[in-house]
Design a protein. Structure first.
Length: 209
């Protein structure tokens, strides 16, 4: 049985990750490719419990080191219990966020050393990495407005200053620049269907689906 492929959808607040992940799953289904969706933090029962700790409460509930350790614990459970077993069964997995979010938010955004994050990543999940990462890019102000309008209230991360989100956006773009074989940046300012087509085209080109 051929191994499944692992695709991650990344980007800052309000770029449309969840919407595009759902549309990509629908496209894979139409192509008769077995696939399942997931998210970070979360996905597995243990990781979902940690998600509530991370996303709820005051913006400074956790410092950068504390939240990074929680993300690593959640990701270890997520990969071990959900992602790796699905891929071994030939199922494609599409995740709304993965390890690049930790680099962008806790590394570029919060200022933790990227080398330390790389060590923690290897400790938590070894050399495991996505086959393709789609980074949706959007101006910070536009993304925050979209996110607030969608939820009706801010999450812990959305309430952080705009400068933080600008560093996060720059971080995602730097990740894509450093790993062009794995990452592709897609402009998220356009229409939903046009963005979905761009993602589907990238999957076809990069993964042959």
């Amino acid at each position: 049985m051929a191994r499944g492929r692992f695709i991650t959808i990344e980007g800052g607040e309000g770029v449309g990750k969840s919407t595009q992940a759902g549309l990509l799953l629908a496209a894979l289904e139409r192509a008769r490719i077995p696939a399942r969706g997931t998210r970070e933090p979360g996905g597995s029962p243990g990781a979902e419990a940690i998600r509530r700790l991370l996303l709820e409460g005051e913006s400074e509930r956790w410092d950068a080191v504390g939240e990074t350790l929680l993300f690593a614990a959640a990701r270890h459970d997520h990969v071990t219990r959900l992602i790796a077993p699905a891929l071994a069964q030939g199922i494609w997995v599409v995740s709304d966020r993965f390890a690049d979010s930790t680099l962008a938010y806790q590394g570029y955004g919060r200022g933790l050393a990227l080398e330390d994050l790389a060590v923690l990543h290897r400790f938590a999940i070894g050399p495991f990495a996505p086959d393709l990462t789609v980074i949706l890019d959007l101006p910070v102000e536009t993304g925050l407005k979209r996110a607030a309008a969608r939820r009706g209230s801010e999450t812990r991360y959305e309430s952080l200053p705009a400068d933080f989100h600008k560093r996060v956006r720059a971080g995602f773009l730097e990740i894509a620049r450093r790993e062009p074989k794995r990452c592709i940046v897609i402009d998220a300012t356009g229409e939903i269907d046009a963005i979905a087509k761009a993602i589907a085209d990238a999957v076809k080109e990069r993964l042959g689906a």
